[in-house]
Ligand binder design. Structure first.
Ligand SMILES: NC(=O)c1ccc[n+]([C@@H]2O[C@H](COP(=O)([O-])OP(=O)(O)OC[C@H]3O[C@@H](n4cnc5c(N)ncnc54)[C@H](OP(=O)(O)O)[C@@H]3O)[C@@H](O)[C@H]2O)c1
Length: 260
């Protein structure tokens, strides 16, 4: 796919993977529309994108709000690329997890994806052109202890993405899922209320720029699912083939990490 002059909407563009994706798309020549709640941080990212010679617009958006997502898509114009990236986690045991925080994760991670996708899809289908990339996670392939609600929101994204892909296939719109493992962003400060869990340290963190390149690759080739890095791809394949054994291996490794 030629990214030049394409219009790309990126949610959660104020930091981390979203910011890196906006910059990567801008570097490839796409005009970017940046959405998140923190206006000042969006402005900074927009400024960096403009320096790369493209147009960059910010639309302050809370993806939990369906009308706000419709406004975002309307403000963007003829959207060629939508990256549903906005999301967060709060880790807690299933026993202690607070219902309000669990709902908030579903509202942001899953329904935020649904809101933006439903807003953009009719026009993409009418034009028979467009690409939607949803940012999932390895936690949407395998359940991890103390991350239950976050896992549920990412499993929901994976299931929805898979269904949507089959609905639109052959209609000119591609739908893809990118599943990063641990990525070096602000994410963990909120997720673990300042403390990163041992489970996340098992896999070496990748830089957000690497995830951004995977997102752009998915826009370009429409491949259904990318998991990164390679160690995570291999472990997730193992999990899908032999879930009981993979969970036992992971529990053992986690215990070892926690003892260190
Ligand atoms: N970091 C990891 O290890 C990792 C691994 C796998 C998947 N992911 C996924 O990658 C995505 C990006 O996370 P990140 O690691 O880049 O973390 P991050 O740096 O904390 O970025 C999260 C982004 O989501 C935005 N956001 C959160 N709630 C929002 C809301 N209600 N409305 C609009 N925007 C909202 C934040 O912007 P505002 O606060 O300005 O609204 C921010 O731009 C998430 O979906 C996350 O689940 C992360």
């Amino acid at each position: 796919m030629d990214f030049h002059e394409k219009i790309a909407v990126i949610t959660g563009a104020s930091s981390g993977i979203g910011r890196a994706t906006a910059l990567e798309l801008a570097r490839r020549g796409a005009h970017v529309v940046l959405a998140a709640r923190r206006a000042e941080m969006l402005e900074n990212v927009a400024g960096e994108c403009r320096k790369l010679g493209v147009r960059a617009q910010i639309v302050v958006t809370d993806v939990r709000d369906r009308d706000a997502c419709r406004n975002l898509i309307a403000a963007a114009g003829d959207v060629d690329i939508l990256v549903n990236n906005a999301g967060f986690a709060i880790y807690d045991s299933s026993e202690e997890a607070r219902i309000g925080e669990m709902r908030d994760m579903m509202d942001t991670n899953f329904f935020g994806t649904v809101h933006c996708t439903q807003a953009v899809l009719p026009a993409m289908l009418a034009r028979r052109r467009g690409s939607i990339v949803n940012v999932g996670s390895i936690t949407g392939i395998m359940g991890f202890a103390r991350m239950g609600a976050y896992c549920a929101s990412k499993f929901a994204i994976a299931g929805w993405t898979e269904a949507l892909r089959d609905e639109v296939i052959g209609k000119g719109v591609s739908v893809a899922l990118v599943c990063p493992a641990t990525t070096d962003t602000e994410f963990f400060m909120k997720a673990e209320r300042g403390k990163q869990p041992a489970a996340s340290r098992l896999i070496l963190a990748v830089p957000p720029e690497r995830v951004a390149r995977a997102i752009c690759a998915s826009v370009a080739d429409g491949r259904y699912r990318r998991i990164l890095p390679l160690t995570a791809t291999m472990f997730m394949r193992f999990k899908e083939l032999s879930p009981g054994f993979a969970h036992a291996v992971f529990r053992g490794l986690t215990r070892l990490m926690e003892r260190r």
